[in-house]
Design a protein around this ligand. Structure first.
Ligand SMILES: [Zn+2]
Ligand SMILES: [Zn+2]
Length: 206
């Protein structure tokens, strides 16, 4: 039998349906569990650590995420991200005017699943203009509501790189946060922070 320190725990929330995408040693899993309670306001009793995903309630097991073959749905997420920018980023600093209609009309984006930068949510090559390749982390490959919401914000971030190739992360990240809040993506921010704190993710890897 394995001693306790080698056990890895998943975090499962019966209230909001959250389940962690990875498992951790107990002390770290406890921290992430508390973070979920603090940030999402879920009831303390609803958030559990589980040694096996099979400890999920039967209710939750009956609705596993359905793996998809293609990534067409990611292009729908790209359209949502464009919509967020069109609605909220035209006058991003109150004076300058982004001609986003023109930019999106003249630009195309090619999404693909990337495995070469495992710690990056995504990355974009913004140096050569259109078409812009955007690599999406393979952790997002399954179409779930959670992944869709996170991809909206991940793609807002990458589109900001394309729109403002001269911007560093000191400008990109605050603008991405502002847009995520304005468009009510609090759940996506929360889930991305858990991925970040777990050591699995950081932006762009540049
Ligand atoms: Zn929850
Ligand atoms: Zn970036």
């Amino acid at each position: 039998m394995l001693s306790d320190e080698y056990n890895l725990y998943w975090i499962i929330c019966k209230q909001c349906g959250y389940r962690s995408q990875d498992s951790w040693q107990q002390d770290h899993a406890q921290k992430l569990r508390q973070l979920h309670i603090n940030m999402k306001g879920c009831n303390d009793n609803s958030v559990a650590l589980a040694l096996e995903m099979t400890e999920l309630s039967s209710e939750m097991e009956s609705q596993p995420p359905q793996p998809q073959d293609g990534i067409d749905w990611m292009y729908d997420c790209l359209d949502v991200a464009k919509g967020i920018l069109l609605e909220h980023h035209r006058h991003y600093d109150g004076t300058e005017n982004c001609d986003l209609d023109k930019f999106f009309r003249e630009s195309t984006f090619e999404l693909f699943i990337q495995k070469d930068r495992p710690y990056a949510y995504a990355y974009i090559n913004a140096n050569n203009g259109t078409p812009y390749p955007i690599g999406i982390n393979y952790n997002f490959v399954t179409q779930t509501a959670e992944n869709e919401r996170m991809l909206h914000i991940v793609l807002v971030h990458e589109l900001l790189h394309a729109i403002h190739p001269d911007w560093g992360h000191n400008k990109i990240t605050p603008e991405e946060r502002k847009l995520a809040n304005i468009s009510c993506h609090y759940d996506a921010i929360h889930n991305m922070e858990i991925m970040y704190l777990s050591g699995k993710m950081r932006y762009c890897d540049v």
